[in-house]
Design a protein around this ligand. Sequence first.
Ligand code: ZN
Length: 242
Amino acid sequence: MVPTPHPSPVKATIKAGHCPNAPVALTFDDGPDPRWTPLVLDALALANARATFFVVAPRAERHPSLLARMRDEGHDVALHCTRHVRHDAMTPEEIDADVRSGLPALGGSVSHWRTPWGIVTPATEDVARKHRLRLVGWTADTEDWRGGRPGEMLDRIEGWILPGAIVLMHDGVGPGATREGCVGTVDLVRPLVSLARSRCLEPMPVDELPHPMPDRNPDAQTLEGDAAQQCVRSPCKGKVLG
Ligand SMILES: [Zn+2]
């Protein structure tokens, strides 16, 4: 007898003939950026989709109206960092100071934190507990910082757009990025939302995702020793935000 192939969760959901609107999270790091963040927000508004912005505190301080717009339009404002530095190159005191100085710049309530390059050390976890921040990693990496076309990015993550997926994108140009701007990310938003909805998935802010969520960079989890230090697939060339 030929065994029945086990259906993927997505196919099974569609086959069942109903759309439960399981959540997925679209997330944007390294902003806000006065040129690109408004365009990302416009694209999200056109798609009627909500997302999470992991912002860089000094940039947030320079552009408070962009944070206000994020919140007004139903998005979640979360912490990325004050200084864009790898946590395995910082002391526990420096990590704590980074969060303490960053949170006030974000205003409002902040409950989620994605560290630079998703690098999480034991000290990161201690600081997260202390400040009652939930660490957030990702499950689908668009690698938009490379500057590829939206179609290429969609192909890269297509197999990972599943219930509970967390998609990593950038609305600012961070250290190590090999592109000048974020137009590819802006243009990715609508087809990505369409793909998710074709699978009965609804984009929601991370604070509306069921827990537990992945709390770190999946690439770092699979690497050990020296390889983990090199962070081979992420743009880790610089230590200070460009
Ligand atoms: Zn970053």
